[in-house]
Design a protein around this ligand. Structure first.
Ligand code: ADP
Ligand code: X2W
Length: 286
């Protein structure tokens, strides 16, 4: 180690020092972070995300990760020559599709995020909505097949994990189940929202592939009330995957989550900018 600090080192120390009041404000709070399939573009990004999650835990916050993997499910369906379509941002899921979705989400993706967090020095535990009846689901409607909507959440296991020493970090795949054991493909934003609600989270952070929510002229909207978020859906300004995201944000705030942030997961350290500085990143909905 060199013994003589340069200007960058002094700046880094200054930034760390300025983070103290934010770290103190958030200590002990539960932060649910949804890591979208588009945000996990590269191994580097996943590792940086994992480092940030471990830093949050080290600073005394209780991070809970819920992940997607839509594009990765799409690639696997293509390889298997299974056609797939979306209705209002939700994948139509027949029996074969929900099987592929479970294989991709609860298998490869879940384990790669768990491994990245553990490699960064955390203690991640991989789960899906099916473990310990975490998320019970039912069909959205007959036309969407085994595409599910959560009906209840049993967060006891998550409390056990996050309260225990050394502070386990749950990493949750959204595949869920009904009382009769039927598995359902649940949108990852929706799953993250109900988990944040059940845990009374201080923040739900939705990491995606865009800077935040845009208005009709493609300008970033930095703050939205839940009424404004609903208008964006009703007016058609929010399309595709942004519809379940905003719907989730509205429901989560109604369930008592203090605020929901939709932010760019393609840029490293957005979580830290949002939580540990006074400027914030992306779109805040409350
Ligand atoms: N008003 C809007 N503001 C921002 N993004 C929007 C809007 N309407 C539609 N989108 C689309 O929503 C996408 C994010 O949703 P999605 O693709 O499901 O992401 P993820 O895989 O991260 O869940 C953006 O890339 C963008 O193309
Ligand atoms: C019902 C439904 O749409 N399920 C999603 C689950 C994965 C997901 O939500 O992934 P992203 O967050 O990366 O989009 C799907 O099959 O793509």
């Amino acid at each position: 180690m060199k013994r003589r600090a340069d200007e960058d080192n002094w700046t880094s120390a200054q930034i760390l020092s300025e983070a103290l009041p934010f770290i103190q404000r958030h200590a002990g709070k539960t932060i649910v972070v949804k890591f979208g399939g588009n945000a996990m573009g590269s191994e580097d990004l996943t590792q940086q995300f994992a480092n940030d999650i471990v830093l949050l835990r080290q600073c005394g916050l209780r991070p809970v990760v819920v992940h997607g993997g839509g594009p990765q499910i799409g690639s696997m369906l293509d390889r298997l020559k299974i056609k797939s379509e979306f209705v209002d941002g939700l994948r139509v899921s027949d029996m074969e599709t929900v099987g592929v979705a479970e294989m991709v989400l609860s298998g490869a993706i879940n384990k790669s995020i768990v491994a990245a967090i553990n490699q960064a020095g955390g203690r991640a535990v991989g789960l899906s909505g099916r473990d310990a009846n975490l998320i019970m689901a039912k069909a959205v409607n007959k036309d969407l097949g085994f595409t599910g909507h959560p009906v209840s959440v049993e967060p006891a296991l998550l409390h056990t994990l996050t309260d225990a020493k050394p502070g386990f970090i749950p990493v949750i795949s959204p595949i869920s189940t009904s009382a009769d054991g039927t598995r359902y493909n649940v949108n990852a934003d929706t799953a993250a929202g109900v988990i944040a609600g059940a845990l009374n989270a201080a923040r739900l952070m939705l990491l995606t592939d865009i800077e935040g929510v845009m208005d009709a002229e493609k300008n970033l909207l930095t703050d939205l009330s839940i009424e404004e978020a609903q208008s964006l859906i009703d007016e058609g300004t929010a399309k595709g995957g942004m519809i379940p995201k905003l719907g989730t944000a509205i429901d989560a705030v109604k369930q008592g989550v203090e605020a929901v942030v939709i932010l760019d997961g393609r840029r490293a350290h957005g979580l830290l900018v949002e939580l540990f500085t006074d400027v914030g990143a992306g779109t805040l909905i409350r």
